[in-house]
Design a protein around this ligand. Structure first.
Ligand code: NAP
Length: 288
């Protein structure tokens, strides 16, 4: 029920109508009986400063940021957490007495389903396929877990070199190396965790996989194969992983957990993660 004291939360993006966040957050808010509402705000890039000023004027409690604003928001904030600076992007903003405080919950969302799989990560070599925005959160997450080697594989030498460079001034210490796609046959046999951060496998390329069968032959059974894609579910990558005897993780839990971490920050109380997970799964037609 919306009352005179209901507080506003939301997500800004362009476009934003595909976002599952309103669905997940409002399900959790309703379950808690909290006096909040979470709305989608489509904001064009040129309107971003005006939107943030408007949010301050109407006293929004906090908001998420999705594409294309995750970097552009940074100069408009009063404080940016180390993890968001390291990733180079903000996905969650909280209003405080000191103004807008930005952070990034994608890395925490990424590592949440991994934590229960191993007690120690100090012997884990991670291979990360792709060097875009999501790969940055994955690299930060692997560094937070304590992986001693994070090997990022990309198709553009220039982008790989920029990616490596960007971590050298980071507040996080990251044991990072970058590699061309052709290095996979030597990287994969040593990998304990392989993460797909490319969009290969999403519609319309649902039969595509970032790894060839020859690549999979090099992957040790028991390796964790993590696809950030959450629809289709499973992706071709995860089907191949299961055939190889790898542990398959899809991207839905990352989505749910980054949202739960944001809601916890705004509400300052534990949030019902299972309700958020159920809302997302039902929307995506995932029953099992
Ligand atoms: P992005 O910034 O555009 O990065 C995509 C990366 O994939 C780039 O490095 C790109 O290479 C590479 N790539 C694209 N097509 C490729 C191909 N055919 N072969 C090899 N590499 C290819 O995108 P993003 O924001 O990182 O998102 C990537 C994926 O992660 C999307 O599927 C997205 O839905 C998913 N994601 C999931 C979550 C979650 O919560 N589960 C969160 C964020 C993102 P170049 O740099 O050479 O172009």
């Amino acid at each position: 029920m919306i009352t005179g004291s209901t507080q506003l939360l939301g997500v800004i993006g362009h476009p934003v109508k595909h976002s599952l966040s309103p669905l997940m957050h409002n399900a959790a808010i309703a379950h808690l009986g909290a006096d909040y509402i979470y709305l989608p705000f489509p904001v064009a890039p040129a309107e971003l400063p005006a939107a943030i000023a408007g949010f301050a004027a109407i006293g929004l409690r906090g908001f998420n940021i999705t594409l294309p604003h995750k970097q552009a928001i940074i100069p408009l904030l009063d404080q940016v957490a180390d993890v968001a600076q390291a990733i180079g992007a903000v996905n969650t903003v909280l209003r405080t007495d000191a103004g807008w405080q930005g952070t990034n919950t994608d890395g925490a969302g990424f590592i949440a389903p991994l934590k229960s799989l191993r007690s120690t990560w100090s012997d884990v070599t991670a291979v990360v396929l792709g060097n875009g925005g999501a790969a940055r959160a994955v690299v930060a997450g692997c560094a937070q877990l304590g992986c001693p080697a994070i090997q990022v594989v990309g198709r553009s030498p220039e982008k790989l070199s920029q990616f490596l460079q960007s971590w050298q001034t980071s507040p996080l210490t990251v044991p990072l190396s970058v590699h061309p796609w052709g290095d996979l046959p030597t990287l994969l046999p040593q990998a304990n965790l392989v993460v797909n951060t490319t969009p290969v496998g999403m519609a319309p390329q649902v039969d595509a996989s970032p790894l060839t069968q020859e690549n999979w032959d090099k992957v040790c059974p028991g390796t964790i194969a993590y696809d950030l894609i959450y629809t289709p579910n499973p992706t071709r990558f995860l089907q191949q992983a299961r055939e190889r005897g790898a542990i398959a993780l899809d991207g839905l839990e990352m989505l749910v957990q980054q949202g739960a971490a944001a809601l916890e920050l705004w509400l300052q109380q534990p949030v019902p993660v299972e309700i958020m997970r159920q809302a997302a799964r039902e929307h995506l037609g995932l029953t099992s």
